[in-house]
Design a protein. Structure first.
Length: 390
């Protein structure tokens, strides 16, 4: 690899949410990487900073052209740029869309276990969470199609939030699965908001399919959100793009993001995003090789040292989902003991719903040396948990 993913960057005392921990602790929880971002982004920000002026910004055509270029070259999808709208983040855009395309008291459908902030966007806006839980068997997750069809057909279901690829289980949905979701949504007049923020981070050779690209039907019912934030570790740039092929739906969402003041970029968002999408491909390809190696290292370590745990095989995200059922069904207590005894900070799975209470989620987007430290702490923490519960 031509880029350096082995540097042990010290992020303590830098206002980092992830690293706001005690000096002896190792955070491997929130989806924030410990790698320096792509050099093209840094150069673009430095060039912008050198102007010494940071007034109001507008979004130029070059931004949307860059998004289109990235999706074309990386994901074989060329959405029209007039389908696109700039927003300051995926989560605020989800909340805004919930308010615009559903009504108070409606159901918003999810597939648990799923990114926990989806629940906030639904409940905080007076809608009901309706989950068609993913089916789990033999260490694999799949869609329960009968259940999904039933819940999609509920008269109060007006919207679905699709996680594509799926966080936390790391699953890449196939084109056939996406088309089937699209057909169900079209039949039942349901809008599908596809959160594709993790779409760039996949095992080499196993790219994901954007939902709206799977079929004309999927495009017609869709709102897609993409962002450089997870891919390049630039969440604080606050930049994302909504892609909405249907004109009527686009107008409704557009009104919402303007009413909610989500359409004004900060001084570095545009330049940084354009640089990411036009200069960052090789960096991302190297990143994906590193993430894949880290996933493999976790799987091998667990198999050899912690056979009572089971790593769920996944080809997307830098988040590893681990089945702890043979140890405990209360992974909140497990994570507390691990943190108290070793300083390793990982996420208990209950917050993701579904069968998440049996799982933990570990962020492996870090240098191999730091990952090895985390795995050693995991082993020691599990031993401590066993001793306390025997």
């Amino acid at each position: 690899m031509s880029h350096n993913f082995s540097e042990m960057v010290d992020r303590r005392h830098t206002n980092s949410v992830k690293w706001d921990v005690a000096d002896n602790e190792l955070p491997m929880w929130v989806a924030d990487m410990d790698f320096r971002t792509a050099p093209g982004i840094v150069a673009a920000i430095q060039k912008k900073a050198a102007t010494w002026i940071f007034g109001y910004e507008e979004v130029p055509q070059a931004y949307f052209d860059a998004v289109q270029h990235w999706l074309t070259t990386e994901h074989n999808w060329t959405p029209q740029t007039d389908w696109m709208r700039f927003v300051t983040g995926v989560v605020p855009a989800i909340s805004s869309a919930v308010r615009r395309v559903s009504h108070v008291g409606d159901n918003v459908l999810v597939q648990a276990p799923v990114y926990n902030i989806f629940y906030n966007s639904i409940v905080n806006n007076g809608r009901h969470v309706l989950s068609s839980d993913l089916h789990y068997a033999d260490g694999q997750y799949s869609i329960d199609w009968d259940n999904l069809a039933t819940k999609m057909a509920d008269p109060l279901t007006s919207m679905m939030i699709l996680c594509n690829p799926h966080n936390p289980v790391g699953k890449i949905w196939t084109p056939d699965e996406l088309r089937r979701i699209g057909e169900l949504a079209a039949t039942n007049h349901v809008t599908v908001f596809s959160d594709e923020i993790h779409g760039d981070i996949t095992t080499p050779g196993k790219g994901y399919t954007p939902f709206a690209s799977a079929s004309d039907t999927c495009a017609a019912v869709s709102i897609t959100a993409v962002s450089p934030s997870k891919t390049f570790n630039v969440a604080a740039l606050h930049a994302a793009t909504l892609i909405i092929p249907d004109e009527n739906r686009r107008n409704v969402v557009d009104r919402g993001i303007n009413t909610d003041e989500l359409a004004e970029p900060n001084a570095f968002a545009i330049d940084g995003s354009i640089a990411a999408y036009t200069t960052g491909a090789d960096w991302v390809h190297d990143l994906n090789r590193q993430i894949t190696a880290n996933r493999q290292a976790v799987t091998a370590f667990v198999q050899e040292n912690l056979p009572e745990l089971h790593v769920i095989a996944g080809d997307a995200t830098y988040l590893v989902w681990i089945d702890c059922r043979d140890v405990t069904t209360d992974t909140q207590a497990l994570c507390q003991v691990i943190r108290q005894t070793t300083g390793l900070f990982i996420t208990a799975g209950a917050v993701y719903g579904g069968n998440g209470h049996d799982f933990v989620r570990i962020n492996v987007a870090c240098p191999a040396e730091r990952l090895a430290d985390g795995l050693d702490r995991l082993k020691r923490g599990l031993q401590a948990f066993r001793q306390q519960n025997n």
